[in-house]
Ligand binder design. Sequence first.
Ligand SMILES: CC(=O)SCCNC(=O)CCNC(=O)[C@H](O)C(C)(C)COP(=O)(O)OP(=O)(O)OC[C@H]1O[C@@H](n2cnc3c(N)ncnc32)[C@H](O)[C@@H]1OP(=O)(O)O
Ligand SMILES: O=CC(=O)O
Length: 534
Amino acid sequence: MALTVTDRLPVAGADRILTEEALDFVEQLHVKFAATRDGLLADRVTARRQAAAAGKLDFLPETSHIRSGDWQVAPAPGKLTDRRVEMTGPASPVKMAINALNSGAKVWLADLEDASAPTWHNVIDAQLNLYGAARGDLAYTSEEGKEYTLRTDIPLATVVVRPRGWHLPENHILIDGAPTVGALVDFGLHFFHNARHLASTGDGPFYYLPKMESHLEARLWNEIFVFAQDELGIPQGTIRATVLIETIPAAFQMEEILYELKDHASGLNAGRWDYLFSIIKYFRESGSAFVMPDRASVSMTAPFMRAYTELLVKTCHRRGAFAMGGMAAFIPNRREPEITAQAVEKVRADKMREANDGFDGSWVAHPDLVDTCREVFDSVLGDKPNQVDRLRKEVQVSAADLLDVASAEGEVTEAGLRLNLYVAVAYTAVWLSGNGAVAIHNLMEDAATAEISRTQVWQQIHNQVTLADTGNTVTRELAGKILAEEVERLRAEVNDEEAFARYYEPAAKLIAELTTGEGGFVEFLTLPAYELVS
Ligand SMILES: CC(=O)SCCNC(=O)CCNC(=O)[C@H](O)C(C)(C)COP(=O)(O)OP(=O)(O)OC[C@H]1O[C@@H](n2cnc3c(N)ncnc32)[C@H](O)[C@@H]1OP(=O)(O)O
Ligand SMILES: O=CC(=O)O
């Protein structure tokens, strides 16, 4: 096996990350685990085809002993016993890393996934920032002279790193000439450089694991953790992982996922946006029962979404694990107090539902929402650091409840179709420019929300949906016409032909292929997009 790095110096300091020893560690992870990951990705395709053909999923009969068994995950480590507010955001640029650490949140989900466009610069810069974060050593002065330093008056947020999902490759580290697995690169570099230090201070290493589709994928992570801890001489069980339940098959395997990671598990998170994307994707050709209303009208109170969150809380607490709430997409705007007031009220309502339902904490996307989330959880938790003791035994959720997409109120409209196409192109353009999250119309957009937008269009075309406001049927031609109009709208808004040609034209071409193209469904928007960035 020969490991090569295609471009060693994307950012100052890269050599501190891409050391021979760290790359050896990544290579070892690859040799031991990449083939299993490849097999699990292939299994996803088979499992989805079967479920789509049947138009249903069920709890696994072969693991019923796990669901009925009496077991608990390991107790939470000190730094993860109170997670009432978690701030999410990309680990690059350094300014955002410092802002997140300083935000007053208990945890910072340092995102190498949906809020990050994994350009080589971003991948390495994020690792440099995580290295600094682990050691309390980050500072930055902006071009305007604003100084960013870590606060000493409050505890900094505990870092929980979210590596890329299993599907994404890393094109800049090759083994025998082939791209490596992005997740193994992200985890491997972070663990190698920081695990001993974090373990010595009780600050980690902690991870969020995204987009898994089966408990066997969780088993693979567990095997990686066991190997990595042995290699670096760190006690087994030091790593703690919170798993995002954000795919529909994973919702049927929550118990099994916790069980596989038992000694390393600290909780599950209800990743609502990817979850919606996953349902659309999984059952995309299974008929009208799975066609969702306009994205904006599917809320967390829709019965099928409520079934999912209720089951998640019950499952976690029964096993001594934390149940973490998700992301309300409303973003404050420091220049528009009215927008901020609306965002705060909507976020407050969302967090109140979660806290009352038994979640132990939740996510916010912006530092100006930390206080709102904390106030809500303070009011429900009182003196307690969490509510893992609320077992929610009364909750009963069936397979049919989880799949009852038709229970969502709302319609499919041309306005929704138009907005989906606008957002998909606008977000993809920003992603191609190297930024994985952006506010569009005062909503947070990241890879997960953009995936909903583009898959809804695909699903509407392939199910010949009739639009409630115009009576038209969604066809390739209609979506293509609206796409062209939205691209012209964006051209006028961007008002910069160079930027438009560089980012928006390729984004529009890609979104056209993914929505109205004849080339078949593409699993992840970020896979072809990644081939367009360096
Ligand atoms: C579906 C999921 O997976 S959700 C989780 C993944 N998604 C995310 O994590 C999105 C996180 N949020 C963000 O990236 C940002 O809030 C955005 C892109 C939505 C909006 O960012 P901006 O347009 O920069 O917001 P705004 O101008 O109001 O920012 C004000 C300040 O807060 C900082 N800020 C905003 N959001 C964050 C954040 N998430 N983390 C750290 N700092 C932040 C900005 O850097 C800026 O700092 P400055 O005053 O020092 O310059
Ligand atoms: O990752 C979180 C989500 O909501 O998707």
